[in-house]
Design a binder for this molecule. Structure first.
Ligand code: AMP
Length: 147
């Protein structure tokens, strides 16, 4: 049976696996749901981070959160999109990683999340770590260890 050596992958700092903030699509507090829907649809991402003006992580936003808000009894009320702010509909209870966290913590958290935001000591958003990246590293590690 394969056993992961604690000193290896599990204790590796996540820093080297982060997709840096410049490459991550996001919206800002105060942006309209209309703008957010455009960003989500154009990028094709299921969910993106919501940041404040100081680039601190405030929540996550998905298309589902927006459409649920404008779902009327008989129709989807698209005309309301302009007046709804992302802060009204985003999820504020967000699991996140700190840049000094290890691969093991990321592995524990990605079981329930497709990606995790990473913040520095001041809570400033520095990027994301995706389940895809974690699985890729795990696969690489397992195949190397088997040889
Ligand atoms: P992936 O593993 O590439 O399929 O990404 C999983 C999820 O992570 C996506 O559906 C998005 O919610 C988020 N994500 C990945 N890359 C980005 C990015 N560059 N910008 C914003 N969100 C991203």
């Amino acid at each position: 049976m394969l056993s992961l050596n604690n000193k290896d992958l599990l204790e590796t700092p996540i820093k080297e696996f982060i997709i840096s903030s410049e490459k991550v699509a996001h919206v800002q507090i105060g942006n309209s749901a209309e703008h957010a829907l455009l960003v989500l649809t154009r990028t094709g991402y299921s969910s993106i981070p919501v940041l404040d003006v100081k680039y601190r992580l405030q929540g996550l936003l998905s298309i589902k959160m927006i459409t649920e808000e404008i779902l009327g009894l008989e129709r989807i009320e698209y005309d309301r999109l302009h007046d709804i702010k992302v802060d009204d509909v985003m999820n504020k209870e967000v699991a996140f990683l700190k840049e000094k966290d290890t691969f093991q913590r990321a592995l524990d958290l990605v079981i329930n999340h497709a990606f995790l935001c990473v913040v520095d000591e001041e809570g400033t958003f520095i990027g994301i770590m995706t389940r895809r990246i974690i699985l890729k590293q795990l696969k690489k590690y397992i195949y190397q260890t088997e040889k």
